[in-house]
Write a protein that binds this ligand. Sequence first.
Ligand code: CTP
Length: 428
Amino acid sequence: MAVRDLLPRLDGALSADLRPLVHAARDAAAAENVRLYVVGGAVRDLLLGRPLVDVDIVVEGDAASLARRVAQQTGGRVEAHDRFGTAKVMHNGPVGTGHGQSLDLATARTEKYVRPGALPTVQPGTLAQDLARRDFTINAIALGLTPPNEGVLLDPFAGQKDMAAGLVRVLHDKSFVDDATRIFRSVRYEQRLGFRMEPQTEALARRDIAYLDAISGDRVRNELDLLLREDAPERGLARLAEIGALERVGLPWHDAPWLSRKFAQARRAAPPGALLPEIYLGLLMYTLSPEEASAALRRLNFPRATDQALRDVGPLKATLADLTRPDLQASAVVHMLERFQPAALQTCAFACDNKAARERLRRYLAELRYVKSALDGHDLARLGVKQGPRMGQMLKALRDARLDGEVRSREDEEARVRRWLTQPASEE
Ligand code: CTP
């Protein structure tokens, strides 16, 4: 492709909100005589003709001072992180829409990994050094925005050649030692772009798999989460399992065909708004032994709500056999299921291979869990029930009676309460 095409292409690919910010950054940099480049994913996606997700801009100079100039010119504000040499120019969107626009600027830098898995220490450097610290050749390409490199593609590691061959290749043999999260990243790019790890890179990933042990649970979880947001994450997970990475972070991939089928089913059938990544994780948990599941949850340090839902999957799975009994009343279904998190129930509604149990799970999720008695505590008090445990028991018993079709109206419920009040407590 003719290099001169790239700047107009970039312009066309930028969103209408972002374009003026990039232009302002380019003009400010040209005026200050510093060099500005688009780098990383945006250049890769531009060359591949894919939509741009985010645009990272590197300046051979001070990112914070450039950001302040851009903000002045465009009426935005700046958030600078001096330690990392990064700055964000932010614009509020129209009031109340929650849509803002921001541009990320970073000072070109060198990185040193003090020990494997630690976050690197950074120092200002040249663009060449900034490209050399990156993960893969396809991400180590820059497009110059200012003279003398305006419109020029800087590709010191022949990333375009790897792109044409569909290869994900590290820049040096210690790349995964420096940062083993790159093993996850490489698989993410393989899957998303339909690429393949270059053989030596794959051999390095396998060799350095143990360096994943040095990566914190939060960072592994973040990589996992990014993978689960890709189109068909079961393919990426199977590939991670193949090179030994999944097991290494505590997630054995036991039954690939079953999991692949269930992932695809969940994707097709998940209700709008369902958190698919959480359901995928739940399906994976479903295949683990209780010991494996607790080890995985310890390792990956999920936020509380997700942790609780994933923790519920095993015990819920153990309950499913009871849920197949033919004579179960609706109230019994509710008693069995109400202690579990909805996300765990949703997962098991996909995972469970028994039709009766699956249908009861679905009915519980769609309908039974919302059923309440018509009377509340105030109504019971009015009818002469004293506050205390008995009132709670009566409300539950009313709900059960409603679930099982024994009462259908407020009047039915009131009649029940009156009857109970004339009987000893044990009969409710
Ligand atoms: N990078 C890296 N090593 C990492 C993470 C990021 O070298 N462990 C570099 C890569 O050059 C990458 C850039 O930082 O292109 C930006 O990272 P990120 O936004 O995560 O990746 P993108 O390339 O923008 O890819 P994506 O489309 O997945 O966001």
